[in-house]
Structure formats: structure tokens, C-alpha cells
Unconditional design. Structure first.
Lengths: 249, 407
């Protein structure tokens, strides 16, 4: 079966730093792929290449077997790749509805926005995700960490993503919200959405991800099925950068 | 622990929000009312007269038109220091066009000159915008260069000689003796405006109920229509109460004031209801987030400056027509009035925050103080000193207000 997304030999440098060094990785439909690694391992940089934030220095991206050129976040979104950034990338001075639709506003013929329709849609999406906000019209700067996360998640889901990238989605969340996100990830994966879940906390994603990829110093240490490994083995991959030894595989 | 004061504030905010009112704007209107009453007393009853209010509205037009554009420039976290020089340059250019190139009494001269002046403004904005957005030169530097360049270009193209007179029809755009629309048309415009307000309030109710959302209470909406109508009718009555010298023919609304009102409505709609305005606010708040959301912030910046230039062209038309001359010194230091009006009106120099209506009230407050002090016979340097203090105090109060609301 052709994978939903295939990254081939992606290289990205900043000045002299090899942030991502010849990484190849694939993601199947409905798969939850955990991307692990220390701070500065290159996780965010890799997914930003896929999200169109900046182009790779070299390498190819294939979507359902077709090579694609992703030059901007807009390109990525057109291909159905949605991203929840580590920083959330919300506009603090706008309200939740404005953030949810930012760059994709519902407009009439002259480009004037249909605010009522956007509010209604936002309400529906948040309801569907069981995410609750006190008021849709308060500015994001007045929301709590969890509420902001809710806005960022709703924004990524609303436009029918095929690929969902979540960079540290539960970093700002309490235990209850973390469980909610976990349930959401499982639900979205059942719907066939491919999900890349980034974390440097292995416990966070061991139960959620069906496959784990580990990066260290910009390179891919390897990718393994969660079912085949123990947490300790994955920890060894993260720390020592070594694949687990498998005499019988 | 919220104090009683902060609870009261939160409560009053809630009430205002439920009523769909902008607390800050109301506060500014209140300040303006106080200033007007004080000036009226201080001038021995000469301030709140039809004659003075007529002149005040005429004087505020030029700065007001440009302020509408400056709000978007500042919201997008830029600045335009060249606007005063732009109106000087465009004015001399437009005057030369009418006086030396086209037949001055030609029937198409006025609109050719008008179009040419508007396009010149837009082109200047385009050039500056491209340098800022694509060459990455800070707007402060580019437009400081623009300030020097266009002021001196205004001198250079006619060796500093003032160009006069101008085309008769063109002069009407400045709101001179004939540049008002008279009693009949003023009342017609007034009636249309009242009807539009009612229609807009009604439409907003309809839309909200179509989407199953709570509307404001009907009492509030009716009150809103009443207040607006009273304001519109009152304004029209005042403009008509001022009579042409030595006659009893009412002047009516001056054309520049109509232009200002039109620009204010359109620019406010663009800022709040149009996706372009939404993107400008997003970019000003965080250009990184805006870019990640797929907004082309460079193109947006260019457009903001083109719009600013276009409005400079319009302001230049008004002032040049009113002076009936293209003078190379026209608009000197006006950039400061424009920026001050926007800032007093609540536009944050840190970007991302501001309203067009607020900025217009800011321009009115500045102009009121200036006119009032002229009536009181305050010397020009002292006037300027007072305005400077007002600017700083206004921003100070605004900052304290925002801080109090955030905590
Ligand atoms: N925009 C940038 N400019 C320069 N260097 C960068 C940039 N973004 C990332 N880097 C560098 O690339 C390397 C990888 O960073 P990246 O953010 O991808 O790591 P990460 O795995 O996401 O880490 P974390 O777990 O802390 O989020 C780091 O050395 C970082 O300093
Ligand atoms: Mg990261």
C-alpha cells in the first residue's frame, strides 16, 4: 500500500547546523506516528519542512505516491496537511473564531467576512471535538494554556485534514485535557487521518502511537513498531542513538 | 482577590459588551464632550457655534482622511512619516497639471487631475511598500527618506513657486464657499444616513437570528438607532445653521466632510469586516503566526502602503482645492498630526490594536484643541506645546487603561 506521506532524504541546514540530516520517513493512513528525540534533535524542523514553513535544502516529499512541491504553508494546507505548532502560532490580539479561520475566512463576493457563519462553524467544530471555550469572542491573549491549545487543535481539524502534525500537543495541558487529546487522536486515526505526534516525553505517546521514530542530532535513529519495543529500549534509542538489538528479527 | 473596583469594572464591561458598545470609544467621546464644554466656556461662548463647528469639521477632513490609512499602517507595525510631504508633492503636481498642462477651464480637467493625484499617491505608496516589504528596509527609514524626498521634490518640480489658481470644479472638492451641498442635499443625505443606520441594525439582527445567535435586546437596538439618528440630524442641522456670509442661505455639509465620512465608513469596514483588515491585524499582532496561517505578509504590507498613498492623494486633493493653490510647503509636519491622532485614538504603536473610529475621534480632539486655542488667542508655539503634552498624557492614560483591563 502506498503510504499517505513519504519523506525521502530530507536535509535542512541553518548556517552550519545540520538541523535535519538525510531523514526518510513514511506515514500511513490512520497511522499515529510518534516522533521522539531530545531538545534540538530536529523534530520541529523536520515537520516544518512538511508543513511548508521553509523548503528543504534537498529531498523529496510524496503524498500518496505523488511527488509534491510544498513551498508555503498554504501549499501544505491545500494538500490537506495541517499543523499544530509547538508555539501554537495563534494571534493573541484576535478572538478564537478569527484564529480558527485565519487565512481561510468565509467571505462574501467583495471579500467581506461572514462572521456569523464563521462563529457558527467554529462552535460546531469545537463541539464535535468536545473542546469547550467560555466565550468565542474573547481575545486569545486572555485564554488559558489549555484553551489556546483547544483553539489550535480546532483550527487544524476544521478544514478536513488528511495529515495532522502535532508538535508537543499536550505540553501545556493538565492531566484531564491530556486525556481528551489522547481520545481525540485515537478518534481521528480511526477516521483515517495520518497523525505525526511529536514529543520528547516517551510516556506521553507510547500508548497512542502505533509506530515510533526517533531522531538524534538531526539524524533518524530508526523507526519501530510500538508493539515490538519496550519503553526502555526506546529510551536507549533517544539517549544513545542506537537501535534495539533483536536477535530474532 | 479582585477588588470591588475591578469587579465593578468587569461588570460594567460586561454590560457594555452585551449592549454591543465600545467602552473605550465612549470614554473618548466623553472626553471630547468635556473638552468642547471647557473650550466653549473659555472662549466666551464662541466654540459651540455653527460657524466654528462648520470650520472644525472642514479642518479635520484632511488629517482625518490620512488618519484612516495611518491606523492600518500602525496596526501592521509600521509607520509612515512621509504623508505630509506626499500631500505637498502631489498638490504641486496636481496644480501644475491643471494650471500649466491641461486647459484650466476645460470640463474634464478636474477629474483628470483628481485621478492623476490619486494614482500618484498610490504609486508612491507602492514604491515605499515594495522597499519595506521586499527589500526589508524598516518603514521608519524608508518613509523618513520619503519625507525628505517628496518635500524637496515638491519644491523642485516648480522651483518652490506656488501654483495658482486652479480649476473651478476642482476647487469645489476643497469645500469653499460653493463647495458645500446646500440645505436640500444635506437633508437628503441625512435621511439616507438615518435609514442606512436603521437598515444595518435590522440586518445585523436578522443575520444573527438566522445563525441562531442571541441578538442585542431590541430596546438597545432602538436606542442605538435613536442615538445615531440624533447625532446625524444634529450634525446636519448645525451644518445648515451656518449661513453664507451676508445672506441667509444655509451652507450645508461641505464636500470634504462628506469625503471624510465616506472614507471613515469604508476604512472602518475594511479594518473590521474585510479579510484584508483581519490579516492586517493578524500580521501586526504576530507576523510569524500570520505567515504560518498562510498569509502573504509582504504583499499585505505593500497593499497597506498603497492604501495609505491613495488616501494621501485624496487628502492632497482636498487641501489643494481648499487653498486653491499647489504650494510646496503644504502639509509640512502634518505627518505628526496624523500619527498623533491615530495614537490618541487608541492605535498601539506596538501593532495589532487600533480602530478607525477611535482615530477619527482622536483627530477631532486634536483639531478641537487647536481651533479652541486659536479662538482664545493662544500663541502658536504655546498651542503646539499644549498639543504635545496632550499627546503624551493621552497615551499614558491609554496604557494605564489597557494594563488595568489585562490584570
Ligand atoms: N529557524 C532556525 N534558525 C536557525 N537554527 C534553527 C532554526 N530552527 C531550528 N534551528 C536549530 O536546528 C536544530 C534543531 O531544532 P528543532 O527545533 O528542530 O529541535 P526539536 O527537536 O524540535 O527540539 P525541541 O524538543 O526542543 O522542540 C537546533 O540546533 C536549533 O538550534
Ligand atoms: Mg521542537
Amino acid at each position: 500500500m502506498t503510504p499517505l506521506v513519504e519523506l525521502r532524504n530530507i536535509v535542512k541546514t541553518f548556517g552550519g547546523v545540520h538541523a535535519v540530516d538525510d531523514v526518510s520517513l513514511s506515514l500511513a493512513e490512520g497511522e499515529v506516528l510518534g516522533l521522539l528525540g531530545h531538545n534540538g534533535a530536529g523534530k520541529s524542523t523536520l515537520i516544518k519542512v512538511l508543513a511548508g514553513v521553509f523548503p528543504a535544502d534537498s529531498g523529496t516529499i510524496l503524498i500518496q505516491g505523488q511527488p509534491v512541491s510544498i513551498r508555503s504553508t498554504r501549499d501544505a494546507k491545500t494538500l490537506g496537511i495541517e499543523t499544530i505548532y509547538q508555539t501554537l502560532a495563534l494571534s493573541e490580539n484576535l478572538d478564537s473564531v478569527a484564529n480558527l479561520f485565519l487565512g481561510r475566512e468565509m467571505t462574501g463576493p467583495l471579500g467581506f467576512m461572514n462572521e456569523e457563519a464563521m462563529e457558527e462553524q467554529a462552535r460546531k467544530t469545537l463541539g464535535r471535538l468536545k473542546l469547550h471555550l467560555p466565550s468565542l469572542s474573547s481575545l486569545v491573549q486572555s485564554l488559558s494554556g489549555g484553551q489556546r491549545q483547544a483553539v489550535a487543535i480546532a483550527r487544524a481539524i476544521h478544514f478536513n485534514a488528511r495529515v495532522l502534525i502535532m508538535d508537543e500537543p499536550t505540553a501545556a495541558l493538565g492531566p484531564e485535557e491530556t486525556l481528551k487529546v489522547a481520545a481525540l487522536v485515537a478518534e481521528l486515526s480511526r477516521q483515517g487521518i495520518g497523525i505525526i505526534l511529536i514529543s520528547h516525553d516517551i510516556h506521553d505517546i507510547f500508548d497512542l502511537a502505533s509506530r515510533l521514530a526517533v531522531m538524534k542530532n538531526g539524524r533518524l535513529v530508526g523507526a519501530v513498531s510500538t508493539a515490538d519495543v519496550t519503553q526502555d529500549e526506546v529510551l536507549a534509542m533517544i539517549i544513545a542513538g542506537k537501535m534495539p538489538e533483536r536477535p530474532n528479527s | 482577590m479582585p477588588t470591588i473596583a475591578s469587579r465593578a469594572r468587569i461588570l460594567s464591561d460586561r454590560v457594555a459588551q452585551a449592549a454591543g458598545l465600545d467602552v473605550r470609544l465612549l470614554g473618548m467621546l466623553l472626553v471630547m464632550a468635556v473638552i468642547w464644554l471647557v473650550l466653549h466656556t473659555a472662549t466666551g461662548g464662541n466654540f459651540l457655534t455653527p460657524r466654528n463647528l462648520f470650520n472644525l469639521s472642514l479642518q479635520v477632513a484632511v488629517v482625518g482622511i490620512m488618519t484612516c490609512g495611518m491606523v492600518l499602517v500602525i496596526v501592521s507595525r509600521h509607520i509612515d512619516l512621509s504623508v505630509g510631504s506626499q500631500i505637498g508633492f502631489i498638490g504641486v503636481f496636481g496644480a501644475l497639471l491643471q494650471n500649466s498642462i491641461l486647459p484650466i477651464d476645460g470640463s474634464s480637467t478636474w477629474w483628470i487631475a483628481t485621478l492623476a493625484m490619486l494614482s500618484t499617491g498610490a504609486l508612491i505608496g507602492l514604491g515605499q511598500g515594495l522597499l519595506i516589504a521586499y527589500a526589508g528596509i524598516p518603514s521608519f527609514v524608508v518613509t523618513l527618506g520619503g519625507l525628505l524626498f517628496f518635500r524637496n521634490a515638491a519644491f523642485y518640480i516648480n522651483s518652490g513657486v506656488t501654483v495658482a489658481p486652479l480649476n473651478k470644479t476642482f476647487q469645489l472638492l476643497g469645500g469653499g464657499l460653493d463647495g458645500t451641498i446646500g440645505a436640500f442635499w444635506s437633508w437628503t443625505v441625512c435621511a439616507l444616513a438615518v435609514l442606512s443606520v436603521a437598515a444595518m441594525v435590522w440586518r445585523s439582527r436578522q443575520r444573527r437570528s438566522r445563525y441562531g445567535m442571541n441578538s442585542r435586546s431590541i430596546v438597545m437596538d432602538v436606542l442605538l438607532i435613536k442615538v445615531w439618528s440624533a447625532f446625524i440630524i444634529g450634525f446636519t442641522a448645525i451644518m445648515n445653521a451656518y449661513q453664507q456670509p451676508k445672506t441667509n442661505i444655509p451652507m450645508g455639509i461641505p464636500i470634504p466632510v462628506l469625503i471624510l465620512i465616506g472614507v471613515t465608513i469604508i476604512m472602518s469596514a475594511i479594518a473590521r469586516k474585510h479579510r484584508f483588515g483581519r490579516h492586517v491585524f493578524a500580521t501586526g499582532g504576530s507576523s510569524e503566526s500570520a505567515e504560518l496561517a498562510g498569509i502573504d505578509t509582504r504583499k499585505l504590507t505593500v497593499l497597506v502602503f498603497v492604501l495609505m498613498g491613495l488616501l494621501c492623494g485624496l487628502a492632497s486633493i482636498v487641501i489643494t482645492a481648499r487653498l486653491n493653490a499647489g504650494a510646496s510647503v503644504t502639509g509640512t509636519m502634518t505627518e505628526l498630526n496624523v500619527i498623533a491622532a491615530a495614537v490618541i485614538g487608541g492605535t498601539s504603536l506596538a501593532g495589532g490594536i487600533g480602530t478607525v473610529y477611535g482615530a477619527i475621534v482622536g483627530a477631532l480632539i486634536m483639531q478641537s484643541l487647536e481651533s479652541g486655542m486659536i479662538l482664545m488667542g493662544v500663541a502658536t508655539p504655546l498651542q503646539r506645546m499644549v498639543l504635545a503634552v496632550v499627546l503624551i498624557v493621552a497615551v499614558w492614560i491609554d496604557m494605564a487603561y489597557r494594563k488595568a483591563r489585562k490584570s
